[in-house]
Ligand binder design. Structure first.
Ligand SMILES: NC(=O)C1=CN([C@@H]2O[C@H](COP(=O)(O)OP(=O)(O)OC[C@H]3O[C@@H](n4cnc5c(N)ncnc54)[C@H](OP(=O)(O)O)[C@@H]3O)[C@@H](O)[C@H]2O)C=CC1
Ligand SMILES: CC(C)=CCC[C@@H](C)[C@H]1CC=C2C3=C(CC[C@@]21C)[C@@]1(C)CC[C@H](O)C(C)(C)[C@@H]1CC3
Length: 594
């Protein structure tokens, strides 16, 4: 670690964020770009600290020798790691200690700014032999270090993280601990990225080719891959381009509120126009006008491969533009994951965190608009194509269910559009080929697999099955929405009286973890709800083939990986409070199973 004051493995004293407390920590790594040290506390919490918040043991002993920690009572006291949930937190005392080894639950704590200091102040001021640290005065709080929101953002921004399953595939097993820094990229990385860039479009292409076959069994081989000249057709290409421009126009209309994103490294907060739901309504109106004008929307089904190829080409062109424009950017605009110096890797992961043209945020736009709403248009085109191909007067119940279910899911996402401003995808990830392809191609062309399948593989549904499928969807939606809303509302205002029924575990960061209701059944009830909905989307296609279950399988793998990654991040953020949560709520996604 050149030019860093502390070296890997050094045992030093690190300041606990938001407080004046120092704890013994071990230096894990130093990132010269951000000039941050990743350190690990004794309870396993990992944080990124600035050099000014680290002291050598020697200088610390001299300073603390003059400090009030010389008090004998302080020296007799026993140490607790900073992130450890306090056995005698005020919240717990209010509830009554209860004793016993059972879960330590606390009623709703108010993590206002003062509770950051409050939580830290609650850490017992005792020292175990061999542990040296000073503690805050119980009556005083120290907030000079960094504001809580900025700190949380820093944890997000600097936490080492690869976002999706595909990243694991690229990363390969050689990366110790499952995480890496840009400066530690293994040499074998770029070929892996290159393979992913071939693999992702091939998967979509294979899915589309196979779904179009009458015999859609997994082992049936398609007749052949169409030649590039057959794939690229100017009409579908023009229509995809027009669709992008139409959505971009809706995005820039001064309709809907303007929300602020999470603080950036610089402390600045970007503004986002939240009008996705209006864009959906306008798109529905546009489809209505097209139908009225007798435009044959089943054209999308008839040229599905050409539409896919056009969207893939445009996503590749967009990624090239994104990569090139990022070359001139200052460091603070770059994403932590996409600036390794390896061209292919950075092209894939995305160099720029928030590519913008004026106020037009390209990442936010792509993530929520053309692909998601385009998927619904594709579904509707499949519905019309089914009626044509199967010579029906009205769409089949199976097709109707798929269309309605997925419409509701997208509408729900756009209704809650503002919430995605706090997600990893927006806060942490660069915008490169992976997300551009994911948003513009993967989402619309693979998520529509059920509707595409039903066009040529009709499946009759009995009333019993329809009721059963609708029930699965309703339960799934209830779990998904209630879990997400409960958590989002709690994060926004933990003191909300409407949430006072929630039981929580306080953490040393001032935030609490919900341990009752759905969040007390499994650690990711929102994933469970999403998966149940995925089941309900696939069931209308019957059990003859696995292809309509493609989305469900993808989602299952993605969410299992996402859960593992989130578990890792939360373990770093919350230390032993997270362990306690895992003890109280042992199952991750499926109650009693996983
Ligand atoms: N269909 C698709 O393709 C996909 C859909 N999704 C869906 O998107 C939604 C969001 O998913 P995602 O962003 O991955 O994860 P979550 O919305 O579950 O966010 C995880 C974060 O929530 C906080 N948290 C975790 N446990 C608790 C708790 N007990 N109490 C309070 N806060 C807690 C932690 O952050 P902190 O403490 O810092 O607030 C944690 O990092 C999900 O419904 C998921 O199903 C996601 C990926 C793909
Ligand atoms: C293979 C590959 C390149 C995958 C990329 C997948 C991404 C495009 C998706 C991963 C998770 C997503 C989510 C949404 C959009 C698609 C991506 C980015 C989402 C914002 C859509 C709206 C929903 O309501 C949601 C907020 C739950 C959802 C979150 C995850």
């Amino acid at each position: 670690m050149p030019s860093s004051r502390f070296q890997k493995g050094d045992v030093v004293m690190g300041r606990w964020p938001g407080s004046n407390l120092y704890y013994e920590v071990k230096v894990l790594t130093y990132d010269p770009d951000s000039q941050l040290y990743t350190v690990i506390y004794k309870d396993g919490t990992e944080l990124d600290l600035k050099e000014t918040d680290i002291k050598s043991n020697v200088s610390f002993r001299q300073t603390s020798g003059r400090s009030r920690s010389r008090s004998p009572s302080r020296r007799r006291s026993r140490s607790r790691s900073p992130a450890r949930t306090t056995r005698r937190s005020s919240a717990r005392q209010a509830e009554g200690d209860g004793g016993g080894g059972g879960p330590r639950l606390a009623p709703l704590v108010r993590p206002s700014w003062s509770s950051v200091g409050g939580s830290v102040g609650n850490i017992t001021k005792k020292t175990r032999p061999g542990h040296r640290f000073v503690t805050a005065s119980p009556n005083r709080t120290y907030y000079g270090f960094v504001t809580r929101k900025v700190w949380i953002c820093k944890v997000l921004i600097h936490s080492e993280n690869i976002r999706n399953l595909e990243s694991i595939l690229i990363k390969g097993p050689s990366v110790a601990g499952g995480v890496w820094r840009s400066s530690e990229l293994p040499a074998a990385f770029p070929p892996g990225t290159f393979l992913m860039m071939l693999f992702l479009p091939s998967v979509v292409m294979a899915l589309l080719l196979k779904t179009a076959l009458d015999d859609a069994r997994l082992l049936t081989v398609p007749d052949g891959v169409p030649a590039p000249a057959d794939l690229l057709d100017w009409r579908p290409f023009g229509l995809v381009l027009l669709w992008l421009l139409f959505q971009a126009l809706l995005y820039v209309l001064p309709v809907g509120k303007v929300a602020e994103g999470m603080p950036l490294k610089s402390g600045k907060r970007l503004k986002y126009r939240i009008n996705g739901f209006y864009a959906l309504l306008a798109s529905v109106a546009a489809v209505g006008v097209a139908l009225h004008q007798e435009v044959d929307l089943s054209y999308v089904h008839a040229h599905f491969l050409q539409f896919f190829a056009s969207a893939a080409l445009l996503s590749a062109l967009l990624s090239v533009w994104l990569y090139v424009r990022a070359r001139a950017l200052p460091g603070e605009d770059l994403a932590p994951s996409g600036n390794s110096g390896f061209l292919l890797h950075d092209f894939f992961m995305g160099r720029e965190l928030n590519p913008r043209v004026g106020a037009f945020d390209v990442k936010f736009f792509c993530e929520m608009r053309p692909g998601l709403i385009g998927w619904l248009v594709i579904n509707f085109s499949m519905l019309l194509a089914e009626m044509k191909v199967q010579k029906l007067d009205s769409p089949s119940p199976a097709m109707l269910l798929v269309n309605i279910f997925q419409f509701l899911w997208v509408a729900d996402g756009l209704w809650h559009e503002e919430k995605i401003l706090t997600t990893m995808d927006i806060v942490h990830d660069g915008f490169g080929f992976m997300l551009a392809f994911g948003d513009l191609v993967w989402v619309p062309f693979t998520f529509s697999c059920q509707a595409y399948y039903l066009v040529s593989h009709p499946n009759d549904l009995s009333v019993f099955w329809m009721v059963a499928i609708i029930s699965v969807k309703a339960v799934g939606y209830y779990v998904f929405r209630k879990a997400n809303s409960e958590k989002n509302n709690f994060r926004r205002n933990p003191a909300d009286p409407a949430l006072s029924y929630l039981k929580t575990i306080p953490t040393a960061t001032g935030k609490s973890l919900i341990v009752s209701g759905l969040w007390g059944v499994v650690r990711h009830p929102n994933y469970l709800g999403d998966l149940l909905m995925g089941v309900a989307w696939s069931l209308p296609c019957g059990f003859n083939h696995v292809l309509p279950y493609f989305y469900l399988i993808y989602l299952l793998l993605l969410l299992i990986h996402r859960d593992a990654r989130d578990n890792h991040q939360c373990r770093k953020k919350y230390g032993s409070a997270w362990d306690e949560y895992c003890r109280v709520v042992p199952y991750r996604i499926f109650p009693k199973v996983y």
